[in-house]
Ligand binder design. Structure first.
Ligand SMILES: Nc1ncnc2c1ncn2[C@@H]1O[C@H](COP(=O)(O)OP(=O)(O)OP(=O)(O)O)[C@@H](O)[C@H]1O
Ligand SMILES: [Mg+2]
Length: 239
């Protein structure tokens, strides 16, 4: 399924904090083209996860307008938001696999309430094959390494054929070599499926692999730095 564009204006998310409120996102504007590969960087607490959650329909805006593909998220009633969310692939830092289910059943889990049977199992196993875990389909998460668990989580994100893949610190719990392999895998899947991929990361190496760079600080989008602009337009000298 081809990727979707993401257009946000004045994105604001306030959380109640005692008598005051905490502004996690403060009038953020974003324009992400369909099928692009975007990194979101920023210090801890700057609002990266909040932005991904809002785009993925896992959190709601206090104000602002947000369109993802053909869906105007800020106008969706909660019931429709649940349906929207089913088509978003989400990869988390802490994998979030169900410990009692095998790798194949974890991959199939998002669709289990809607379809069951051999076809779904077969698709789950195909996806595990694609992420290099074809021979571990019957393993439990506790029998897999961190990098393998993240591969299962990526396969699970793909089971719904998502036009939008959101990855929140996907390498945060992995050593650097495993982290590179996971980023390679995500970018490869993004290239093959055409899905828009947005990655929140602290890791400059992950940021450098992306085509576009958004930086957020205290809930506000920063103007692109000279360095990130240069990186965006960098081309190999020999080309
Ligand atoms: N559910 C919530 N309730 C109240 N405050 C929240 C909630 N979620 C996030 N916040 C606050 O919003 C701000 C932004 O948090 P967010 O998780 O988006 O930051 P982040 O950039 O992802 O940080 P990190 O790099 O540590 O993951 C923080 O001050 C955080 O404490
Ligand atoms: Mg975060």
């Amino acid at each position: 399924m081809p990727g979707v564009a993401v257009v946000g204006r004045g994105l604001t998310r306030d959380y109640p904090a005692g008598e005051r409120s905490l502004t996690a996102l403060d009038h953020v504007d974003i324009d992400i083209d369909a099928g692009s590969l975007v990194a979101i960087t920023g210090p801890s607490g700057s609002g990266k996860s909040t932005l991904l959650h809002v785009i993925g329909g896992m959190d709601i805006l206090t104000s602002g307008t947000l369109r993802v593909g053909g869906t105007q998220l800020d106008e969706l009633p909660p019931r429709r938001l649940v349906i929207y969310r089913r088509k978003v692939g989400f990869v988390f830092q802490r994998f979030h696999l169900l410990p009692a289910l095998t790798a194949a059943d974890n991959v199939a889990a998002p669709l289990l309430p809607y379809e069951a049977g051999k076809k779904l199992q077969q698709r789950a196993r195909e996806l595990l094959e694609q992420v290099g875990l074809g021979d571990r389909a019957d393993a439990l998460p506790s029998q897999l390494s961190g990098g393998e668990q993240q591969r299962v989580a990526i396969a699970r994100a793909l089971i719904v054929d998502p036009p939008l893949l959101l990855a929140d610190e996907p390498t945060g719990n992995l050593d650097s070599v495993t982290g590179v392999a996971i980023v390679d895998l995500l970018i490869d899947l993004h290239t093959r499926t055409g899905a828009t991929l947005i990655v929140a990361t602290h890791d400059p190496a992950v940021d450098a692999r992306c085509d576009h760079h958004l930086a957020i600080r205290d809930g506000r989008m920063e103007a692109p730095s000279a360095e990130s602009t240069a990186r965006t337009f960098e081309r190999p000298a020999s080309a």
